[in-house]
Design a protein around this ligand. Structure first.
Ligand SMILES: [Zn+2]
Length: 62
């Protein structure tokens, strides 16, 4: 089961977010955004993503 962080939207299979260490992860998310180069990507600036990786487009907060 892949979950999405409710704060930064990072996708992870672990029980906490790799980026912000948040433990509030949601199983209800949709859309995958692959961020390779956060500093040059407009979408990552918009979402405030600093670390490369996979992120959800929408995360439903529980
Ligand atoms: Zn996070």
């Amino acid at each position: 089961m892949i979950r999405a962080c409710s704060i930064c939207k990072r996708l992870t299979e672990k029980r906490e977010c790799d980026v912000c260490k948040n433990k509030d992860l949601s199983e209800e998310w949709s859309g995958i955004i692959a961020v390779m180069n956060p500093k040059e990507s407009k979408i990552s600036q918009k979402l405030d993503i600093q670390v490369p990786g996979l992120y959800a487009q929408y995360v439903r907060k529980l």
